[in-house]
Design a protein around this ligand. Structure first.
Ligand code: ZN
Length: 71
């Protein structure tokens, strides 16, 4: 696996935490411009596993793209 931004090959996997926590909270992706009434239904849950490039700092993850097709 290489970094999608700089093509660096030194990648580190990890989790993202918003606060000190000993659990592994699930991560949610929420489209930034979702209408207010769709905020909860627009959350897309995915595993809290991210990859980080140790050369440029770019981070990324992956979710199920089918979730964007839900009404
Ligand atoms: Zn990079």
């Amino acid at each position: 696996m290489a970094c999608p931004q700089c093509n660096g090959e030194v990648i580190v996997e990890g989790k993202i935490y918003n606060q000190i926590d000993y659990f592994n909270p699930p991560a949610y992706f929420r489209p930034m411009y979702a209408p207010f009434y769709k905020i909860l239904s627009s959350n897309i849950k995915f595993p809290n596993i991210f990859s980080a490039c140790s050369l440029c700092g770019f981070i990324w993850s992956k979710l199920d793209a089918e979730a964007f097709k839900q009404p």
